[in-house]
Design a protein around this ligand. Sequence first.
Ligand code: FE2
Length: 197
Amino acid sequence: MKFELPKLDYTNDALSPIMSQETLELHHGKHHQTYITNLNNFIKDTDMSQLPLEDIILKSSKEKSSVGIFNNASQHWNHNLFWKCMKPKGGGKIPPKLEKRIISDFGSIDKFKNDFKQAGITQFGSGWCWLSINNGKLVISKTANAANPLIEDMKPILGCDVWEHSYYIDYRNRRPEYLEKFVDNLINWEFVESQLD
Ligand code: FE2
């Protein structure tokens, strides 16, 4: 199976000024594309070439010699989710079903938002912060580099990329401001809610 760059549900300038056209062109068109090109090259003519992406991630995560495959496969999966988690004029009111689950598992929306942003701020170096379902409960976590919660048997439903390529053009070194804007102005809560089932 040859993997391809997914089309965005919005134009490259649609998230501006929260996330600029330049950032999206580079991040989606170059960085994400590179992960896919590398992945396709790595798995060409191997037993992984016919597997679905999730299976490649799980299989390669268990084999030290497959670290290159894992990094590129996982980053492809992570970015697929990331693009879906954003929309123009996002943020705002969380739909009722998801809101109820968040309040039940974190105590309040404010506590959840704060903990999610803190996970992103405190991720040392490149990585991701996540909202996932773990044994039926919502949990926040952070991972380094390409790793994602799938390999810990969780289902990520919201992911924020905190690699510098995600925010450096628009926010320079101000990762906390980027996370603040991501939560308040970019998250597609309807999509996140749709991942609960
Ligand atoms: Fe990225």
